[in-house]
Design a protein around this ligand. Structure first.
Ligand SMILES: [Zn+2]
Length: 189
């Protein structure tokens, strides 16, 4: 018997292609479209940890993927809420390493608006755009209130990117993350 999915594929021409190794979603432009996928969560955390953003050099991609697989993090702000026992769930961790991680996490709380904006991983936003935006409007709390037209006055920000910025700040998941960052002492104003 032909599996039902094969019949659907024939009828509706469901695209076949490479799938995510973690959650098996069909990849779109080699990215997993599933926002809850541990691979996606881990890749956001790695971007957050990069030198241009929070600069948490001690975090490696294996540790980050484990954090996501164990559901210890769903967005970067969750890193700041992890206890020593959370970290110890990861086999490669020891108390000395955790101490260093905590130190780097604390230091990252003074990251500037440009690094924050870049670390939010807004679609289409690169470091230069984040820099242009913060040069003109200074703070995250100002940028989040801007209209599409104002965002587009910034060098290199297209209408599409301006729309993505607006959408990112409107998203309830991201709003929760911003609230958490504010609570942990990040400079959003
Ligand atoms: Zn996936």
């Amino acid at each position: 018997m032909i599996p039902i999915i094969k019949i659907f594929e024939k009828l509706f021409k469901i695209p076949k292609g490479p799938k995510c190794i973690e959650c098996k979603s069909l990849l779109i432009e080699s990215n997993c479209p599933n926002m809850d996928c541990p691979v996606e969560v881990a890749s956001w955390i790695m971007m957050w940890a990069s030198p241009a953003a929070a600069n948490i050099s001690i975090l490696d991609d294996k540790t980050t993927l484990k954090l996501a697989q164990y559901n210890l993090v769903i967005h970067p702000a969750d890193l700041y809420d992890l206890s020593e026992s959370d970290w110890l769930q990861i086999q490669t961790m020891d108390k000395i390493k955790i101490g260093k991680i905590m130190q780097q996490l604390n230091q990252s709380k003074s990251m500037d608006a440009k690094s924050l904006l870049y670390g939010f991983r807004i679609k289409g936003m690169d470091l230069e755009m984040a820099k242009n935006l913060t040069n003109k409007f200074q703070s995250i709390s100002k940028i989040r209130e801007l209209k599409i037209e104002s965002l587009m006055t910034v060098d290199r920000i297209s209408e599409e990117t301006a729309f993505n910025i607006k959408r990112w700040f409107k998203d309830s998941f991201n709003k929760k993350m911003l609230k958490a960052l504010d609570k942990y002492g990040f400079q959003l104003d």
